[in-house]
Write a protein that binds this ligand. Structure first.
Ligand SMILES: [Fe+2]
Length: 401
């Protein structure tokens, strides 16, 4: 039985429509009434940064995001600064310590810049927490109402891999810019002429790297605790290179807005990229965020001009007759993809275009992917080998292979 999905407030604000979202992020209809842990979509991705003031400017000037809210000493938060940025329907929150005794200092010392909270919008926080407790999850914050002059949010949090959490937010009774305690704040950054309104419209998926042997445990966590479904399965052989390999499985919430591929390292001759992440992040954590764009060629051109460095794709990737045969017709000539290093993959439902950045911070941990879907609900399985070989060339340059 098919159920119509409503747009979230963020999607309406971003002028997205349902057809676009089905294309952009593979949104599907489903029956939320039968879901023990209904999730509407992403609420916010919360980052810890060593310098939130500068990171927030980076996301505005380089990634075209818009500052919408702020909390910090000026608003009564003496512990840290917190910048809320939007691009289309997705919200990033960048937190950095002000007080040297802030818990963020120790978090950053250990993990470096990274994602501390993958916050999800849910219609019923209490129902989710009851389900989470019954399934044995760790509740980090009991459900509570938080109120200011803009209304009330109901909020709670559960633990996931590493020191990452899922805050659960019901903001249906709230009309402020983000959460109580935050003040609306506009960008002082002025976009150059010719820059598009935004370089990405939504968030497609976040990959979690977990320790060797832990992938299935976390797949089970998302199945049993959060009612997520398994989307696709990759096995070691598919994504092994000569030196390193990984295992990956993908879980998604009912409407597929929220998709979590989960990686673990696989035994190989040398240290895998997942091992490198686990070493430098000091444990499990979010590896990459895939942002969805309707025009990956234009986005990549602007991002490159803004200084973003992408992984290089060898010319042999594009000249490979097997690849040409596998991908068939795509919306632009392959030469246009080759010029930009954009990868292409096809499955029975359609195709997707994707490209990966180099790590965004100082440690070889978090990076971004840009993805433009055309029917395919996959994650670029066919590109994994080509991609990992490119990643390993970078890893080798850092002396970590
Ligand atoms: Fe990805």
């Amino acid at each position: 039985m098919s159920h119509t999905i409503d747009l979230t407030a963020e999607e309406r604000d971003a002028d997205l429509d349902l057809d676009q979202l089905k294309q952009l992020v593979g949104l599907v209809d489903y029956d939320a009434n039968r879901d023990p842990f209904p999730v509407t979509g992403w609420d916010a991705i919360v980052f810890v940064s060593g310098n939130a003031t500068q990171s927030a400017l980076y996301y505005q000037s380089v990634w075209g995001m818009e500052l919408v809210a702020y909390s910090g000493p000026e608003t009564g938060n003496r512990d840290h600064k917190s910048f809320v940025l939007k691009s289309g329907s997705i919200r990033f929150v960048i937190n950095g310590a002000v007080d040297p005794d802030s818990p963020l200092v120790e978090h950053h010392r250990k993990h470096g810049d990274g994602v501390v909270d993958i916050a999800l919008e849910v219609p019923d926080v209490d129902k989710c927490i009851a389900q989470a407790k019954q399934a044995g999850a760790t509740v980090l914050r009991e459900p509570e109402d938080v109120t200011d002059e803009h209304g009330t949010v109901r909020i709670a949090a559960i633990a996931t891999y590493g020191e990452t959490r899922h805050t659960l937010v019901d903001r249906s009774r709230y009309h402020g810019p983000y959460l109580p305690g935050y003040a609306a704040q506009a960008s002082t950054f002025v976009k150059r002429d010719g820059q598009p309104k935004r370089l990405f419209q939504a968030l497609d998926h976040i990959v979690g790297n977990v320790e060797l042997g832990k992938m299935d445990e976390w797949v089970t966590f998302y199945n049993k605790v959060m009612g997520f479904v398994n989307m696709a399965e990759f096995i070691g052989d598919d994504i092994a290179t000569d030196y390193s390999a990984l295992m990956s499985k993908v879980v998604a919430n009912g409407n597929h807005r929220v998709k979590f591929p989960l990686n673990e390292p696989a035994i190989a001759k040398k240290k895998s990229q997942i091992d490198e992440y686990l070493e430098f992040y000091r444990g499990a954590g979010a590896q990459h965020l895939a942002v969805a764009t309707g025009d990956i060629l234009a986005s990549v051109d602007h991002l490159r001009a803004n200084g973003v460095e992408f992984l290089e794709t060898p010319d042999s990737y594009y000249e490979d007759p097997e690849l040409r045969a596998r991908i068939g017709e795509v919306r632009v000539p392959v030469e246009e993809l080759q010029k930009r290093g954009i990868l292409v993959d096809r499955d029975e439902d359609g195709y997707l275009l994707q490209i990966f950045t180099k790590p965004l911070g100082d440690r070889p941990t978090v990076f971004f992917e840009l993805i433009e879907r055309h029917g395919s609900l996959g994650f670029g399985k066919g590109n994994f080998k080509a991609l990992f070989e490119a990643i390993e060339r970078e890893q080798d340059k850092r002396g970590n292979l």
